[in-house]
Structure formats: structure tokens, C-alpha cells
Design a protein around this ligand. Structure first.
Ligand code: GAL
Length: 714
């Protein structure tokens, strides 16, 4: 059969399976509203295996939901050892997530490769937490459990066999011609012969995120002190200087719960010995103890790259990768032997003498200094897999050290991934753009991670104050003065305002702590985007016709990314100002919103323009909002310490709130030693607001002292 027909036939049989053969996905509902799909031969090592965290028991108690997307439109095939995945996308659908992005919130139409790296000023998928999870405005989520670099086409490709093809237009004549025609699919390419996929039902987008977070144990529950203020001192500070710094906070009346030591506490760093420098810290145990007596905990910076001068060097060498980072060995932390050697050292020299936590640096990238993709590791995992999971591994196994010492920790890390929600670590980076930092804070809520818009240094008092305002409304209120040596009072002209802000952070501790408890027990991210807020944006299912944005703010909420305002906990909307700004617009979702500081009505489903002055960060409270506060303090309440509460109520509506309580320091809550107090605010027969709080449960921790009520909107 030597004919053109034969060649065509041969070509057809070679191409046909690739073009046509979708292969089966084996779906199983593993919890109400959570489905796991297994297709082909998934890799033996993946994100959830690296994170090794059991799902939260809360998942089993969630309501049943229907599979949220047409199952038959999730298409899987393998070709030449790679997985091709496709998920359906409706016309009026927006996508959020795909990791910790810094410039974009709306991900539809974007192309990226999810790849652990230091953010390089472009949302191309290379980021500190390249989480392969997205959530749809239609109220479902998708997670692809792979520790490989994943190519994502988030609604950009157009197939010629699409059932919903875009309209063909003529650019010569048609004004609506677009270089990005409508695409009806999210497509992914994964270098693996199979894949594990998770689909999460809503009904609302926030519910899909909650399910995703609960799958990896729920969000972390920091100790109370973790939500206080933290200062990172200059990298070469000595023990005496650190103590002086802590004393200065006390004397000047600025709150301080933990101090971070930067690289100079180690005898050698970059690569690291993980051992104290005896010239700067001659007696580490006494130093940590003295700090503790001042109620200031100690956090240690490190990266995991082992110096030839480290005492563990020889022992750990067989369990390290083929390449070095800054001449340090790279422990293969996917191997129990490597992590035992490294974290036993952490335990012996640091945790046992009272060190409260770590800042684990440089586990993300950049390419120019990290191990290359050609590196090999003794576990047999590829360099790519180790890179995608390294942040998870350092968090998981350092956290375990604290767990076995029954002391909660709260620290910093520069990389994470899906599976890491329950690790008490906050991501940070060196980029230092205030605007990007706020966008990242919003995106952290879509990615199951925490982010701090840290303050380092500023050129002006205004910038110092503006940055400080946002850090006080974030998961970690921190000045990172490792290089600048700056302190909260560095700009005397704004020092009183800075102090007032830090005090406000402390006064809000009962609220912050409860919002983190909801992260832990319900999976609800404490800091999140406006798109997750009910009443924000019109019903996306409806086709929109352009309208006047001033008349219809929802038009803007749907079509434009809103990346400069966010939700902080259940009731607060935060609208920060950046340097140079004196006024800004705020989109208030439907329903009444009240000024946090005055209790006055600010608006209802409208765009307002505000000029708050330098001293305030604009914060708005939802109608019926309840904010439990405590007296200003320099340190978070210690375990068992009673705290008086001022319970604030805002607006017209009745209010209710579940206030979380436990010892705030140990892991006893994991064994049931916690309680929720029910707070209710209602109008009595005369129409006057009246508040009640339930009594503490017998035998459960109770830290509530005297309670006073403040009805902010009378
Ligand atoms: C950077 C880190 C900074 C600081 C510095 C110390 O990599 O992002 O926050 O810790 O190292 O050398």
C-alpha cells in the first residue's frame, strides 16, 4: 500500500489517540462537597504527600452538595508522558487564585507556569506560593495536586471543536474585534503520566475555599502572642543590643510580643551553622530567658543551607542534594533522615531553650542562587518536585518540633504551596511595593496561605505611617528592620500615630484571635478579597450592559479588579491609602456600612470618596457587626490571664458573634480544651440595643473578665 492514502492513514492512526482519546477520571466523593478524581498514573510524590496533614474533621460535617460543574467536561489525557487537563468555563465566570499573585486578582485569560520562586514583578506563575488551586465566581474550586511545574491557560485557548466558539469577527470593520477571543476552558499541562484532582463545591466561592483549606487540616491557629507586634532587629545586633531594644519598646510604651533575630545570631550564615554566635550571644539560654521575663519571645532567621562549619554537616551530607546553595548543602527534607538531623538541631539548640519560632528564608528562589533543575536528590524526587514542596517541608517539620514541645509557634517563611494552610507561617518577600503587598494580601485568601505587607524602611514619615497602617490590619504586624535598623518611633513626627495604631492592633486581639480560630475550624481565610463578600458585585450570572459606574458600583466590581481594599475577618472592610494619596474611592458592598472609628453610617452599596487624613486607615464595619476588643496592652495576654472585653456593636441590625477562647499558647485545643462564647446584640421592648454573652463552659478555658458594651451607632 504505497500511496498517498497510506501515508494519510498512517498519520491518522498515529494522531487519532492524541486528538480523540480522552481517558477516564475515576471520581470519588471523599467528603460532602469534595470530590477526588484520579486519572492515569499520578506521581507517587505530590503536594499533599509533602504536607502530610490530615483533613479537618469539620469536612465530614459540611452539607451535601451536587458536583458543581459538568463532569463530562473535565477532560484528561496523557500524551508522551504528559498530562493534559481541561475544565469548563462559562461565559460570565471569573477565576481567582492560582497562587500568591501580586498584581492581579482576576485570573481569567491569563497564562502562567506555576513555579516556586521569588516574585519577580510579574504574575507569570512564578511566586512564593504557586498553589494549583482556583476558585470560580460561580462557586466552586479546583485543585490539581501535583508537585510539578504546571502550565496553566486560564481561559485563553480556543479549540476548533469548542461547543461555545467565539464569534468570528472582522477586524477591518468590527469595533468589538478582540485579540483575546472568548475561551470556554481552563487548560493545564503537567509533566506527569497522571494526576489527582480535587473539586470543591460551594455554593458560594468562599465555601469552596473553606473546603480547600479544611482538606489540609484547616487554617493555622497562631498563639495569641503571634498576633501582637513584632520587630526584627538589625542583622548584627548582639544579645545586649536586642535586650536594649526590647527595653526601649517597654519604656516608650510600644507593644512588642516577639523580636526576630536576623542572620548574625548564627556563628556563620549563608551557608548556615544553625549554631549561636558566641561573640554576639555568649549565653543564649539566659538571653532567651531574660527576654521571656520581659514578655518578649525570640524568633530566629535561618535558611536551610548547611555550612561546612555546621556540627551537623558530616551527618547530614549523605541526605543532601547534588548541588549547593551559597556553598551550603541542601538537605533533602523529603527524607526522614535529613529532617531528623536538621530539626533535632533546631530543637536542641533553640526550641528547648525557649525560642518561639523561625523565619525560614530563601526556600523559594531566585533561580540564580537556588539549586538548578538538573540537581539530583537522594530520595529520588526530582529537583523540580523538591523545589515545589520545599516551603511545605520546612514548615511541616519545624512545626512538628513545636508540637512535640507543646508550644505553639508563629513564624515566617518565603515559600509555601497547597497543603500548607495549617502551618503557622506567614509569607513575606523582598519586593517592597506597598501596592503589590496589598494585592498579595488579597490573593493570600484565595491560596490558603498568609501574607504580611511588612514594613522595612521608608523615605518619609508619610510612607512609614501608611505602611504601618496596613501591617496592623494583616496576619503579622511586623517591622523588618534587618538592614535599616528602624524602629516604630524613628519618625518622631508620626510616632504618636504609630503608637496608637500598634495599640489598636492589640486592642483588637480578641477579634483577630477569633477570626483565626474560624480559619482553623471552618477554613475561612481571615484576610480576603472583596469578591468573596456577599453583596459585592452584581450577580455574575447575568449578562451585563455597560452603565454609569457612579450609579452602579457593581458594574465596576465585576469588570474591574479591586485590589486596594479587602476584608479583615467577618465584619471589617479595610481601604488603605498609599503614599501621596489624600483621597480614595471605596466600593461598599450592598447593605449598610459604618465607620469603624465613629460608628456613623458610611454608605450602602455605593462608591464613596473619602479623605481620611494621615492618621487613619479607613475601616468600615458591616451592619450588625460585632467587634470584641480588649484594653491596650504591651503584650498579648498569657495563658490563663483574664482579659476585660469591650464589645462593640455597629449599625442597626441585631448582631451575633461567636468568640473563641482557649489557653492561647499550647496544643490543648487539639484535645478539646477550647470554647466558643455566644455574643448577641438585640433591641429590647423600648427599641434599645442590649448585649448578652454566654457564660464559659464548665471545665473549658475561660479568659473573659469584665464585659462592657459599646453601641457605636446610636
Ligand atoms: C532576605 C530576607 C530579609 C532578611 C535578609 C537577611 O532574604 O528576605 O527579610 O531576612 O534576607 O539577610
Amino acid at each position: 500500500m504505497r500511496s498517498p492514502f497510506r501515508s494519510f492513514f498512517l498519520l491518522f492512526i498515529t494522531l487519532a489517540p492524541a486528538l480523540l482519546n480522552a481517558q477516564p477520571i475515576n471520581w470519588k466523593e471523599i467528603f460532602p462537597g469534595v470530590w477526588k478524581g484520579t486519572a492515569g498514573k499520578p506521581d507517587a510524590y505530590d503536594l499533599l504527600k509533602a504536607a502530610e496533614t490530615p483533613p479537618s474533621p469539620a469536612l465530614s460535617k459540611l452539607p451535601e452538595q451536587a458536583f458543581p460543574i459538568p463532569k463530562e467536561e473535565i477532560v484528561f489525557r496523557v500524551q508522551q508522558g504528559k498530562t493534559y487537563l481541561r475544565f469548563p468555563l462559562e461565559k460570565a465566570e471569573q477565576l481567582y487564585g492560582f497562587g500568591l499573585n501580586f498584581q492581579t486578582i482576576h485570573q481569567r485569560g491569563r497564562i502562567m507556569q506555576l513555579h516556586a520562586d521569588h516574585y519577580g514583578k510579574s504574575d507569570n506563575g512564578r511566586t512564593h506560593a504557586p498553589v494549583p488551586f482556583y476558585v470560580s465566581s460561580l462557586g466552586y474550586g479546583v485543585f490539581v495536586n501535583s508537585a510539578k511545574y504546571i502550565d496553566v491557560y486560564a481561559g485563553s485557548g480556543v479549540r476548533k471543536d469548542s461547543k461555545n466558539p467565539p464569534k468570528v469577527m472582522d477586524r477591518n470593520t468590527d469595533k468589538n474585534w478582540s485579540a483575546h477571543p472568548y475561551s470556554d476552558a481552563v487548560e493545564m499541562l503537567i509533566p506527569a503520566e497522571g494526576i489527582e484532582i480535587y473539586v470543591f463545591a460551594g455554593p458560594k466561592p468562599i465555601n469552596a475555599i473553606e473546603r480547600f483549606n479544611l482538606l489540609s487540616g484547616g487554617g493555622c491557629l497562631p498563639p495569641r502572642w503571634g498576633l501582637g507586634f513584632t520587630q526584627r532587629v538589625h542583622r548584627l545586633h548582639t544579645a545586649a543590643q536586642v535586650k536594649e531594644e526590647a527595653k526601649a519598646f517597654e519604656e516608650k510604651g510600644y507593644p512588642l510580643d516577639f523580636i526576630g533575630l536576623e542572620p548574625g545570631w548564627q556563628s556563620k550564615s549563608y551557608p548556615c551553622t544553625f549554631e549561636w554566635d558566641k561573640s554576639r550571644f555568649p549565653d543564649p539560654a539566659s538571653f532567651v530567658k531574660e527576654m521571656d521575663q520581659m514578655k518578649v519571645k525570640v524568633n530566629l532567621w535561618t535558611n536551610p543551607y548547611v555550612s561546612p562549619d555546621a556540627s551537623i554537616y558530616k551527618k547530614i551530607a549523605p541526605f543532601t542534594g547534588s548541588h549547593t546553595v551559597w556553598n551550603g548543602l541542601v538537605p533533602d527534607l523529603s527524607m526522614p533522615q535529613a529532617r531528623k538531623i536538621l530539626f533535632d538541631q533546631f530543637e536542641k539548640d533553640h526550641v528547648k531553650i525557649g525560642v518561639s519560632g523561625y523565619k525560614i528564608d530563601e526556600v523559594d528562589g531566585f533561580d540564580s542562587y537556588l539549586w538548578p533543575d538538573v540537581a539530583t536528590f537522594p530520595s529520588g524526587h526530582t529537583s523540580e518536585q523538591i523545589r515545589q514542596t520545599y516551603g511545605l517541608l520546612v514548615q511541616k517539620h519545624s512545626f512538628e518540633v513545636f508540637r512535640r514541645n507543646n508550644a505553639r509557634t508563629y513564624g515566617l517563611v518565603r515559600a509555601s504551596n497547597a497543603g500548607g494552610a495549617s502551618f503557622p507561617y506567614v509569607i513575606y518577600n523582598d519586593n517592597y511595593s506597598h501596592e503589590d503587598f496589598i494585592t498579595a494580601l488579597i490573593n493570600s485568601g484565595y491560596a490558603g496561605v498568609l501574607w504580611t505587607p511588612e514594613v522595612r524602611a521608608s523615605k518619609t514619615a508619610e510612607e512609614w505611617l501608611r505602611r504601618f497602617q496596613t501591617v496592623c490590619f494583616s496576619p503579622m504586624a511586623m517591622i523588618n528592620a534587618w538592614s535599616s535598623g528602624m524602629q516604630p518611633w524613628t519618625f518622631p513626627e508620626v510616632a504618636p500615630q504609630i503608637k496608637a495604631l500598634a495599640e489598636l492592633r492589640m486592642r483588637m486581639m480578641p477579634y483577630w484571635y477569633t477570626e483565626f480560630a474560624k480559619y482553623h475550624y471552618n477554613g475561612t481565610p481571615p484576610f480576603r478579597g472583596m469578591n468573596l463578600e456577599e453583596g459585592f458585585g452584581a450577580d455574575l450570572k447575568k449578562e451585563k450592559t455597560p452603565t454609569n459606574l457612579e450609579e452602579n458600583p457593581y458594574e465596576e466590581a465585576v469588570t474591574k479588579e479591586v485590589k486596594d481594599q479587602y476584608m479583615a475577618g467577618e465584619y471589617l472592610l479595610v481601604a488603605p491609602l498609599f503614599t501621596g494619596q489624600t483621597t480614595r474611592r471605596v466600593i461598599l458592598p450592598k447593605g449598610k456600612w459604618y465607620d469603624f472609628y465613629t460608628g456613623k453610617l458610611a454608605g450602602d452599596g455605593e462608591v464613596i470618596t473619602i479623605s481620611p487624613g494621615m492618621d487613619q486607615i479607613p475601616v468600615f464595619v458591616k451592619d450588625g457587626g460585632i467587634i470584641p476588643m480588649m484594653p491596650a496592652a504591651l503584650h498579648a495576654p498569657l495563658s490563663g490571664e483574664k482579659t476585660d472585653l469591650e464589645i462593640r456593636h455597629y449599625g442597626q441590625k441585631n448582631g451575633n458573634y461567636k468568640l473563641y477562647d482557649d489557653d492561647g499558647e499550647s496544643f490543648a485545643y487539639e484535645k478539646g480544651a477550647f470554647s466558643w462564647r455566644h455574643i448577641n446584640v438585640e433591641r429590647d421592648a423600648n427599641g434599645k440595643l442590649k448585649g448578652t454573652i454566654s457564660t464559659g463552659e464548665n471545665g473549658k478555658p475561660s479568659t473573659v473578665g469584665n464585659v462592657t458594651w459599646r453601641f457605636m451607632t446610636e
